[in-house]
Design a protein around this ligand. Structure first.
Ligand SMILES: Cc1ncc(COP(=O)(O)O)c(C=O)c1O
Length: 312
C-alpha cells in the first residue's frame, strides 16, 4: 500500500511504522472496533473531504451501538484529519478513522478495556479498478447471507461484522468474479460486500430500503439525492433476487469503489452487458460532486485549509 509519513494515534502524530498495538488488544481478538472509510479529493479549492461530518456522525452512532464512548468529539477528529492530510502532504486520499477496544482486559466483557482511536490517510486508487468503473464489474450472488439484525447490527460499521463481507469477497474472487452481492435470510437483495446496490428498470432506480440489512451508505444518500435532483424516479423497497438478472442496469456505490456499473451477475449479462445510460449519467454527476466540480453539492465537501494547518 502507499504509505504516508504519519498516522494520528490517540491524540499524537506518530511515524507510519510506529503506529502499533499490543497483541492482546481486545479489538484484535473479538472485533470490538468501529471505523469509517472516507475519501478526500484534489479539488480547485484544495484537498476536500467528502461529507466528512456525516462519516464522523456514523462513526459515533456505530460506537454507541457497541457501548463505546469515543474519547474525542467529531470536531476533534475532523481537526485531526485536516492536520494529518496537511502533514502527509496529501491531495487526494482514503481516510480510515478507527476506534477500538484496546489493551487492558481479556474476555468478552469489553467495558473495562480502553478505547483507542487512530486515523490513517493514504493514497488509494479505485477499489474495484479503473477498468471496472469504465466497463462495469462482474458480480456473484454470494452463498453467504448478509448479517442479520437478530445476531449483529447491519447499520453499524463495526470491525467484527466485516468477517461476513470478507467471506463473501473471498468466495467471489476465488470463483473468478470481481464482487459479491449478499442476500438476507428472506432472499432479498441487500448489498455488495462493501457497496450499496441499485437496479434500474424502466427508468426507475430501485435500491433496498434503509430498514433492510444494509449499511446506510453515505454515497447511497448522495447518489439518491443526485438522482432525484436530476428528475429520475427512485424507489427504496425490498428487492427480489430475480430483479437483478432482469434489470436494465445495475450499479454499486461506496466510498472506496465510488459508483461502479455491474455488467454481469452470475454469468448473466445485465441489459446490453455494458454500463447503462442512467448509470453513466449518475456516475458522471457523482464524480463531479466528489471532485468539487458541482456548485450544487459544494457543501458536501469539507475543504482542508492546508495553509492554516501548515502554520499551526
Ligand atoms: C457493507 C457496506 N455497505 C455499503 C457501504 C457503502 O457505504 P458508504 O457509501 O458510506 O461508503 C460500505 C462502505 O463503507 C460497506 O462496507
Amino acid at each position: 500500500m502507499n504509505q504516508s509519513e504519519f498516522i494520528w494515534q490517540n491524540g499524537e502524530f506518530v511515524a507510519w511504522d510506529d503506529a502499533k498495538v499490543h497483541v492482546l488488544t481486545h479489538g484484535l481478538h473479538y472485533g470490538t472496533g468501529v471505523f469509517e472509510g472516507i475519501r478526500c479529493y484534489d479539488t480547485e479549492r484544495g484537498p476536500a473531504i467528502f461529507r466528512n461530518l456525516d462519516h464522523l456522525d456514523r462513526l459515533e452512532r456505530s460506537a454507541k451501538l457497541y457501548y463505546m464512548e469515543l474519547p474525542y468529539s467529531a470536531q476533534q477528529l475532523r481537526a485531526a484529519t485536516h492536520e494529518l492530510i496537511t502533514r502527509n502532504d496529501l491531495r487526494s486520499c482514503y481516510i480510515r478513522p478507527i476506534a477500538f477496544r484496546g489493551y487492558g482486559q481479556m474476555g468478552l466483557n469489553p467495558l473495562d478495556s480502553p478505547i483507542d482511536v487512530a486515523i490513517a490517510a493514504w493514497e488509494w486508487g479505485a477499489y474495484l479498478g479503473e477498468q471496472g468503473k469504465v466497463d462495469g464489474v462482474r458480480a456473484k450472488v454470494s452463498s453467504w447471507e448478509r448479517i442479520s439484525p437478530r445476531s449483529l447490527i447491519p447499520h453499524a460499521k463495526a470491525s467484527g461484522q466485516y468477517l461476513n463481507s470478507v467471506l463473501a469477497k473471498i468466495e467471489s474472487l476465488k470463483a473468478g468474479y470481481d464482487e459479491a452481492i449478499l442476500l438476507d435470510e428472506h432472499g432479498h437483495v441487500c448489498e455488495g460486500s462493501g457497496e450499496n446496490i441499485y437496479v434500474v428498470r424502466d427508468g426507475v432506480i430501485i435500491t433496498p430500503p434503509q430498514t433492510a440489512s444494509i449499511l446506510d451508505g453515505i454515497s447511497r444518500r448522495s447518489v439518491l439525492q443526485i438522482a432525484r435532483d436530476l428528475g429520475y424516479a427512485t424507489l427504496e423497497r425490498d428487492m427480489a433476487r430475480a430483479e437483478l438478472y432482469s434489470a436494465d442496469e445495475v450499479f454499486l456505490t461506496g466510498t472506496a469503489a465510488e459508483l461502479v456499473p455491474v455488467r454481469e451477475i452470475d454469468d448473466q449479462a445485465i441489459g446490453s452487458g455494458k454500463p447503462g445510460e442512467i448509470t453513466r449519467v449518475l456516475q458522471n454527476a457523482f464524480d463531479d460532486a466528489l471532485h468539487g466540480r458541482s456548485e450544487r453539492y459544494r457543501e458536501w465537501l469539507d475543504v482542508v485549509d492546508v495553509r492554516e494547518w501548515a502554520s499551526a
